[in-house]
Design a protein around this ligand. Sequence first.
Ligand code: KG4
Ligand code: ZN
Length: 339
Amino acid sequence: MNEDIYLLAVESSCDETAAAVVKNGREVLSNVIYSQIALHREYGGVVPEIASRKHIEKINQVIRQALEDASMELPQITGIAVTYGPGLVGALLVGVSAAKAVSFATGKPLIGVHHIEGHICANYIENKELEPPFICLVASGGHSHLVNVLGYGDYRIIGRTRDDAAGEAFDKVARAIGLGYPGGPKIDKLAREGNPDAIYFPRAKVAGAEYDFSFSGLKSAVLNYLNACRMKGEEVNTADVAASFQRAVVDVLVAHSIEAVKTYGCKKFAIAGGVASNSSLREAFRRACEKEGIAFYHPSPIFCTDNAAMIGTAAYYEYQKGVRHGYGLNAVPNLQLGQ
Ligand code: KG4
Ligand code: ZN
């Protein structure tokens, strides 16, 4: 009989201090997230130095809580998983150091995890039947990647952003219309009251790279529109701006993703990352996939934004493949995924 695998996972790559216990890859026994959003809000974005300091303050508490919520103690854990990149170097270092310390103190193996791989694997938690191959769109504050998931831990990037990530565009446009940080959820909400066809914003294509994204032109178009209104003394309907901007982002993400799924002959498609919790994006993908006969998967919002459960899930498959990291594991802020 195979023994159950319990992984204690730690995530601290940006502004969430998180820990979780995951059983056999897909069963989340605890998922503790300390969000620093309130701390960074007054600066309009994440301040790396503040994030690192807060992670140091919270990390032990969050790890202890994750064990307690799972009714487990360290000796019962099989191994320790931790995000070691990409992300903010000072923030990553806190999680990596804590995980190394727990690993050293308990003698349990250490498994370093790629943050984006974690986001993709969040889909396995609630979709027990989902297995590779499939194509996944990862859209978060730092990344917009179209990934061909060939197998567990086997990834090929088929499209990426050339400039701003989708979430970054949401955050910047939100700031410009006075919504504050983080912009994604606020634009999502306000857009429901606006007309997505009120203003036409560009849908960028990257010449010679049909699956790549570019959002900086869209962001500039929104800023130019706002400036033009101000110069003419016209009142801005922020709900229309939010809805029209969101429609432009959704159109591009859906068009590129569905094209890739069809071209690669894949029948399964998943979304991941903070932007994947966007209600309009989820609905657009649900409709597009239904029309094309593609099975559509998405995590619940709590597993879309940064969390440690997804890291525990990704680590399980790495662990099964024999991946173990030594105490020399370091934070790698620009860690690459696949090829
Ligand atoms: O995955 P995540 O928590 O962190 C990164 O790895 O970057 O993603 C955070 C990003 C932020 O840019 C936030 O504005 C965006 O995800 N986001 C959303 C929504 N919820 C979070 N964007 C659009 N609509 C949402 N509902
Ligand atoms: Zn993330």
